[in-house]
Design a protein around this ligand. Structure first.
Ligand code: IMP
Ligand code: MG
Length: 180
């Protein structure tokens, strides 16, 4: 068992088996939707890397993969509207069917910005798959095409998601509560 840092409490929200089952379902749906067309998958670092790795291994499609990375600025990095690309795409997306893979849609600022940037490069189509969705937190008008789990307004870690770079390697998604 990987232990919590002092003052942190971690409660399981989604266990590894539940996640694995849902990821296979999403992969089957995506494979059906894009049948016969190569899919270009763009992962948003770092949170989406575990989800992406599991998802693409269940896709029954020709797949290519690229990654992007962002930094947010402002008082509250999670809900700031200011976003900057820190690692750009390595491959052109022009004319391709692009699936963006995200860890979580929260306020929607990050994806709204990302969508604008990617659409400017004229993909043939652009969809987003997110492992988690917190619709109650949304302040921008964005929606995912594929959602793993809709969750309440709680802060979660594990399966790629972090708090201050901790807990990304937990195999399940856990609610993080902090006691000072
Ligand atoms: P948005 O721009 O507010 O939609 O935020 C999206 C980003 O905030 C995600 O890609 C995560 O990196 C981070 N984030 C939002 N909620 C959580 C959470 O509960 N746990 C960990 N990271 C989160
Ligand atoms: Mg993060």
């Amino acid at each position: 068992m990987k232990s919590a840092a002092p003052g942190d409490e971690l409660e399981v929200l989604l266990d590894a088996e539940t996640i694995a089952r849902r990821v296979r379902e999403l992969a089957a749906q995506i494979s059906a939707d894009y049948r016969g067309r190569p899919l270009h998958v763009v992962g948003v670092l770092k949170g989406a890397w575990v989800f992406l790795a599991d998802l693409v291994r269940h896709l029954d499609l020709k797949v290519s993969i690229d990654f992007l990375s962002f930094a947010s600025y402002g008082n509250n990095a999670r809900s700031s509207g200011a976003v900057k690309i820190t690692k750009d795409l390595d491959y052109s997306i022009e004319g391709r069917d692009v699936l963006v893979v995200e860890d979580i849609l929260d306020t929607g600022h990050t994806f709204e910005y990302l969508r604008g940037v990617l659409e400017a490069h004229k993909p043939r189509s652009l969809k987003v798959a997110t492992l988690l969705d917190k619709p109650s937190r949304r302040v921008r008008p964005v929606q995912a095409d594929y959602v793993g789990f809709t969750i309440p307004d709680v802060f979660v870690v594990g399966y790629g998601l972090d708090h201050a770079q901790k807990y990304r390697s937990l195999p399940e998604v856990r609610i993080l509560r902090r006691h000072p």
